[in-house]
Design a protein around this ligand. Structure first.
Ligand code: ZN
Length: 249
């Protein structure tokens, strides 16, 4: 059995047995990785503190024939603000659920690891709805499943003013091409501006974002619908947001 050292973000935790957990890590070295952490729900376990969702950790994983097991884990960074504030927790969970459900284990993906590292502090400081949407939009972009928000997918013309968008065709449709689109939803100029700002968000310069709540609601609703269409199912964290925060997501 081989022991590997990883740097990772704890993407998800699932309880099993009396005190055990399956930990889904997003590692810098190997992409997503699932490993069992035995006894980690006992407060005396040396693993219990480190293996909490959203933590940035270093860990030693024993690579077994059937399952991987976490032997040691140390915290590099943790994001207290996410667990103390229900709204931040809900939106961070939404972003993490999208990343988890749209990635496959053992596919090295440094871009997504870096994106998680960059998004976590923003989720702690800024409006968490916007931070989660920035993270998720950028993730879809690097995963190659993003809609084309800028040009008409039928004629290639840059979209100006109000237009339509087709989830099935994969992006914006100009008013001249509407008859060729498989499915058409409204794509007002305000919504396009939101997506342009989110996708162009500069982590270092903290791009100033100027849109109103109505535009944000419309963009968020559309984006969630799109992600659920790709997944072919509902995002659990969206139900949580609707039920407990009474937010439109
Ligand atoms: Zn067109």
């Amino acid at each position: 059995m081989e022991t590997i050292k990883v740097e990772a973000i704890v993407l998800k935790t699932t309880d099993f047995g009396d005190a055990d957990r399956v930990i889904t890590l997003f590692t810098k070295e190997f992409g997503k990785l699932e490993a069992n952490a035995y006894g980690c729900r006992r407060s005396r376990s040396p693993l219990s503190g480190a293996l909490q969702m959203f933590n940035h950790i270093s860990a030693q994983v024993i690579h077994g024939a059937k399952v991987d097991t976490i032997r040691e884990a140390d915290i590099i960074n943790f994001y207290d603000a996410l667990t103390k504030d229900l709204e931040r927790l809900a939106y961070a969970s939404l972003f993490f659920e999208i990343v988890n459900r749209m990635t496959f284990p053992n596919e090295k993906d440094r871009e997504t690891f870096d994106l998680l590292i960059k998004t976590l502090p923003v989720l702690c400081k800024r409006n968490p709805r916007i931070a989660a949407l920035i993270g998720a939009c950028k993730f879809m972009e690097t995963s190659g499943v993003q809609l084309n928000f800028i040009e008409c997918i039928h004629c290639g013309k840059e979209i100006e003013g109000d237009a339509a968008v087709s989830i099935i065709d994969g992006g914006a449709v100009c008013l001249d091409c509407i008859d060729f689109a498989e499915d058409c939803r409204p794509y007002p100029e305000g919504m396009r501006k939101v997506f342009e700002m989110l996708l162009g968000f500069d982590w270092r310069e903290n791009t100033k974002l100027t849109f109103n709540t109505r535009q944000l609601n419309a963009a968020e609703k559309f984006f969630i619908e799109y992600v659920q269409f790709i997944l072919g199912g509902e995002l659990k964290s969206v139900n949580f947001i609707r039920e407990f925060l009474d937010k439109p997501a």
